[in-house]
Design a protein around this ligand. Structure first.
Ligand SMILES: NC(=O)c1ccc[n+]([C@@H]2O[C@H](COP(=O)([O-])OP(=O)(O)OC[C@H]3O[C@@H](n4cnc5c(N)ncnc54)[C@H](O)[C@@H]3O)[C@@H](O)[C@H]2O)c1
Length: 377
């Protein structure tokens, strides 16, 4: 098998190292980081020979693919440069920071013929995967409502130690609306296979933080899907509260899944209608009772795959990227899904700054006509 050579840009990209190293005929040959001291330390620790401060210089090397894990506003410019250089791309979330960037990304992926995958890792957690299989098996009946919430106070991430502002002060909390939707939308849409979001409306209580940031004190975005389902997507990164980044709910005609609140002894739980669990008097049981529904590859994960992190999820995400390259088939989280889930956030900014107007979601798909590449109320 031909060896696939990978270059990784940005420190967060190192979360793929153990997964990539657990795969046969994959080699991490290059690292890129603007910060020289960080770059030197990481290359030494990982034993990677080639180091680049400039992303374009790394593209000129003989790598086949890049992991882009630089700040959000770098993702599309770097993905386009990589695709035009004939390199496959796995990009951190979110896919891009403007709607225009999303059209440019799609057009470049289509022209390049290279693989593009968004690294939406929350989909790969064992819980989210189990619920997907339980949906497929019909345990929830007809599913019609879901919630995804990312509640993560990031107060410490707005300033460098020397007092300069970080990119998060601008491209995340310097913006209105939901700036970080994919960890919530991705897992939830994964439970409605074949469906797509058609419109979104965002509500906010306004700005209550005292940091001088424009970001709302939490936003709630209601999404409608083509199949008539309703999604409630929430982000709050400035309010004083404990973290809860993986809160989900899925309601169907026969039962419900509700994720644990992080901490405080809560657990992922389900409840299904039955003779001993009647309407009006239903009780919870642990999601863990349904571990038989865990996909086979998770059940069979080796110690090395599990060690990559998140119950094997951090291995399977890179396995899917490498398989996509080897089979020359776009992965499940392709550029169209990446753009739709990212656009929930970009359109939410317009909705919330225009009296919670409903925004239409473009139908992101292959060979999308030029006249559809626009923003409509
Ligand atoms: N999927 C997840 O769970 C998850 C978690 C954290 C961060 N992220 C994403 O990862 C990305 C990075 O976030 P972070 O928390 O690591 O940010 P960070 O600011 O802590 O680190 C960014 C790193 O990229 C380097 N860098 C900046 N510009 C660069 C450039 N042009 N070329 C090369 N290197 C550059 C910096 O030196 C730094 O090491 C963001 O897009 C964020 O949304 C995802």
């Amino acid at each position: 098998m031909k060896k696939i050579k990978i270059g990784i840009a940005g420190s967060r990209g190192l979360s793929t190292v153990m997964g990539l190293r657990a795969l046969p005929d994959v080699e991490i040959t290059a690292l890129c980081n603007l910060d020289e001291a960080t770059l030197d330390a990481q290359a030494k620790e990982l034993g990677v020979a080639h180091k680049y401060r400039v992303f374009e210089d790394m593209l000129a090397s003989d790598i086949d693919a890049v992991v882009i894990a630089t700040p959000m506003q770098c993702h599309v410019p770097q993905a386009i440069a990589a695709l035009e250089a004939g390199k496959h791309v796995m990009s951190e979330v979110t896919a891009g920071v403007t709607m225009d960037e999303l059209w440019w990304l799609i057009e470049t992926v289509e022209k390049s013929g290279c693989i593009y995958m968004m690294a939406e890792n929350y989909i790969y957690t064992p819980q989210v995967q189990m619920v997907k299989e339980m949906v497929k098996a019909g345990l929830f009946g007809d599913t019609y409502y879901a919630e995804g919430m990312y509640l993560h106070n990031i107060d410490g991430l707005f300033k460098y130690p020397d007092g300069r502002s970080t990119w998060r002060s601008f491209w995340q909390c310097g913006k209105r609306g939901n700036f970080y939707p994919t960890h919530s939308v991705g897992p939830v849409m994964n439970w409605f296979p074949g469906d797509r979001i058609t419109e979104i409306t965002t509500y906010s209580p306004g700005v209550y933080n005292e940091l001088g940031l424009r970001q709302d004190s939490g936003t709630t975005t209601m999404c409608r899907t083509e199949g008539g389902k309703l999604l409630n997507i929430r982000v709050d990164c400035t309010s004083p509260r404990p973290h809860n980044m993986t809160y989900y709910q899925l309601q169907g005609t026969k039962g419900i899944f509700q994720a644990a609140s992080m901490g405080f002894g809560d657990r992922d739980k389900v409840s299904f209608l039955g003779a001993d669990n009647p309407l009006g008097n239903m009780h919870w049981e642990a999601l863990d009772n349904y571990r038989d529904y865990l996909p086979e590859r998770y059940k069979a994960a080796t110690a090395e795959q599990n060690a990559a992190g998140h119950g094997g999820g951090d291995f399977f995400i890179v396995e899917d990227f490498i398989n996509a390259i080897r089979t020359n088939t776009q992965p499940e989280i392709d550029v169209y899904k990446a753009c739709e889930w990212t656009a929930v956030g970009l359109l939410s900014e317009l909705s919330v700054t225009n009296g919670s107007r409903t925004m239409q979601m473009p139908h992101f798909r292959k060979n999308m006509p030029l006249e559809e590449k626009k923003i409509t109320l």
